[in-house]
Design a protein around this ligand. Structure first.
Ligand SMILES: [Zn+2]
Length: 77
């Protein structure tokens, strides 16, 4: 019993045995690649409004246990 897979592009039913899985066809595969590249180019674009949440970095100190346990028993004689 194979779980139903759907092509991310056209939502057509696909099977993992397909050479183009998870896409139903080479066409959809290329379409997805094109969309991915398009998005990549958009992100790569130098945005002017880059000033974001750069400030306000909470520097959380390390967790200091109640009374540093000295489990380092050194019997030097
Ligand atoms: Zn498809």
């Amino acid at each position: 019993m194979d779980p139903p897979f759907a092509c991310p592009i056209c939502k057509a039913a696909v099977t993992p045995e397909l050479k183009t899985f998870p896409f139903c066809s080479e066409r959809c595969r290329l379409l997805d690649l094109g969309a991915w590249l398009d998005e990549r180019y958009r992100v790569a674009r130098p945005l002017a409004s880059a000033a974001g949440a750069a400030k306000g970095v909470s520097e959380d100190g390390e967790e200091g246990g109640p009374g540093a346990g000295e489990s380092d028993v050194d019997s030097s004689d």
